[in-house]
Design a protein around this ligand. Structure first.
Ligand code: C5P
Length: 231
């Protein structure tokens, strides 16, 4: 089954504080979006890509991709939305008809190894309608109320920090996003919308290098990972 990829890349990256939309920030000679595209295309499983770009920059994001992508991959760009969920929905609307598996991958998880795309696509092909990569949680997490008081400590051993790419049977992802838009939900990941329909989501092992570049310290980590890859 042919695999499409959606890259939500429309975030402003306020927590990163670099003054340009996060996906267009350059680290190790390439934008975060460029790195994310490169590894997804290198995986060999993706035949079509839709990028949700920061509003007003849709015309520019492909110019900055160096070297150009192989012509075997079809790339489209749409304007992103106000939330990540809206950005994914906008991209889903223009995804070519013939694709029945969709991966959704944050531009901010720019150093995700190519193999992760293969693993997630395989998990969907093998029969899971929704697949997310996840890692054990290292911190102890507390639930708090508005007054800053702790109201609970969830058992860490049953928690996973989930990453992207998340993989879906296309019909399931579309149904989940339509339901999400109707209910006015604002999910921070796509699997969350699938869960809200009561549908199963399968977890496979994540990868530490699929971390999300969010805060300034993450840029240092990204530089270090890239330097190690070049060594
Ligand atoms: O803000 P956060 O790091 O959680 O965003 C995750 C991904 O969603 C990023 O790649 C970001 O560019 C994207 N995003 C988007 N549209 C928005 C907000 C975030 O495509 N309105």
């Amino acid at each position: 089954a042919a695999v499409g990829l959606i890259i939500p890349a429309a975030g402003m990256g306020e927590r990163l504080g670099v003054g340009v939309p996060k996906a267009l920030y350059t680290v190790g000679g390439q934008t975060l979006l460029g790195h994310a595209l490169r590894s997804s295309v290198d995986s060999g499983v993706v035949s079509s890509v839709v990028i949700a770009a920061p509003v007003g920059l849709a015309g520019r994001v492909l110019d900055i991709l160096q070297p150009p992508l192989p012509r075997t991959v079809n790339v489209q760009v749409v304007d992103g939305g106000r939330s990540r969920q809206e950005s994914v929905r906008a991209a889903l609307a223009v995804l070519p008809e013939n694709l029945d598996v969709v991966l959704v991958h944050d531009a901010a998880r720019c150093l995700t190894p190519a193999k992760m795309f293969v693993d997630i696509a395989h998990a969907v092909w093998s029969g899971h309608d929704a697949v997310v990569p996840g890692l054990p949680v290292v911190d102890t997490l507390k639930q708090v109320n508005g007054a800053g008081e702790v109201t609970g400590t969830p058992d860490r051993s049953v928690l996973r920090a989930v990453q992207t790419p998340q993989g879906f049977r296309r019909a399931v992802l579309e149904r989940a996003h339509n339901a999400g838009a109707q209910n006015g939900s604002d999910a921070t990941d796509d699997a969350g919308l699938v869960e809200r329909m009561g549908s199963p989501v399968h977890v496979v092992p994540g990868d530490e290098e699929a971390f999300k570049v969010t805060r300034p310290l993450d840029l240092l980590l990204a530089e270090a990972v890239l330097a190690r890859r070049r060594a």
